[in-house]
Design a protein around this ligand. Sequence first.
Ligand SMILES: Cc1cc2nc3c(=O)[nH]c(=O)nc-3n(C[C@H](O)[C@H](O)[C@H](O)COP(=O)(O)OP(=O)(O)OC[C@H]3O[C@@H](n4cnc5c(N)ncnc54)[C@H](O)[C@@H]3O)c2cc1C
Length: 313
Amino acid sequence: MNMVEANNLMAAGLRGELRLREPMARHTSWRAGGAAERAYFPADLDDLAAFLRALPAEEMVHMTGLGSNLLVRDGGLRGTVIFTHWALRGVGLESPGGIRAEAGVASPKIARFAALNELAGAEFLAGIPGTVGGALAMNAGCYGGETWEIVAEVTTIDRSGSPRKRTRDDYEIAYRHVRLKSEGRSDEVGRKAEEWFVAATFRLRHGPGAESRGKITELLKRRIATQPLGEPNAGSVFRNPEGDYAARLIEACGLKGRVIGGAQISEKHANFIVNIGRARAADIEALIRLAEGTVKEKFGVALEREVRIVGDA
Ligand SMILES: Cc1cc2nc3c(=O)[nH]c(=O)nc-3n(C[C@H](O)[C@H](O)[C@H](O)COP(=O)(O)OP(=O)(O)OC[C@H]3O[C@@H](n4cnc5c(N)ncnc54)[C@H](O)[C@@H]3O)c2cc1C
C-alpha cells in the first residue's frame, strides 16, 4: 500500500485504529517476532467491513486473534494484520441451547459462559487461550473436544464487507484443519479467495453448571501440571502423529531442554517451545527444524506443524 492509498484509507471515515510497524511480539503468545507493516484494530463489525472494502485489492490481510498459535518471522509481516479481539466481543444466549459469540471473544469465556447458563459441551475451550475466530480457523480442541463438533453456524466476511452465514457442510474439517470447500477459486489479483470468521453459533446440550465448572477446574489443573504455562509459548508446536505423541518422539531424540538463542524445547513438555528470554523468531524456528529433522532421521516420522509460521526471515 502506498502513502496515497494509506491516506485514502484514513479518509474513508473509519473509526478503528491503524498503526504502522506494529511489533507483533506484543500480540503473540511467544512474545517474539518482527513487526507488521500495518495493523488495524476495528471499532466494530461495521467498521471492519468498511475497512475491508476500502483496502487496496492487492493488500495482504492477516486476520488475527490472540496470536496464541502464531510465529511471525523476525523480518516482519507484509500487509495488514487485523485484530478481532478489541472489537468483536459480543456473546449471548440463543435459544434453544445455543450461544452466539463474535470472533474476538476469548475461547475460555465461552466455556465459562456456557457453564453459567447450564449448557454442557464447551468445557474444553477453557484451556485454549485464543479467540473464537482462532478456534474456528484451527478446529482447536483438547481432552476429547473439538471446536467444530459444537458449531451450528458461522458468520464470515470477505473483502466486499458483506457478512455471509455458513454451516459445517461448507467446510472440510479434520484434526486442526479447516478449509472452505469452495476455496481454490482465485480473485482478480490471483490470490486465493479469502473469507474470515466474524461470529459463531455453538449448539450445546443442557447440563448442570456445577458439573461443567468441575470439569473446567480439573482440565485447568491438568494443564498447570503438564504444560510450561509460566513461560511464553504457543501450545503444541506439532500435531500428534497418528497413534503417537509428538512430545514422546522429541523427548526420545534427547531434545528436551535443548536451547537455541533465547528459545528452549521445554523441560516440562517436549512438544512446547518456550521463550526463555529475548528469543528471536529465528531461534524458535531453528528448534522447530531441529525437532523435525531429528525425529525424521531417528523414527522416520515427518512431524507436521500445528503452529502457523508467517512473515519474512
Ligand atoms: C498455553 C497454550 C495452550 C494451548 N493449548 C491448545 C489446545 O489444547 N488445543 C488447541 O487446539 N490449541 C491450543 N493452543 C493453540 C492456540 O491457543 C489455538 O490454536 C487457538 O485456537 C488460536 O487462537 P488465536 O485467537 O490465538 O489465533 P491466532 O494465533 O491469532 O491465529 C491462528 C490462525 O487462525 C487464523 N485466524 C485467527 N482469527 C481468525 C478469524 N477471525 N478468521 C479467520 N482466521 C482466523 C489466523 O490467521 C492464524 O492462521 C494453545 C496455545 C497456548 C499458548
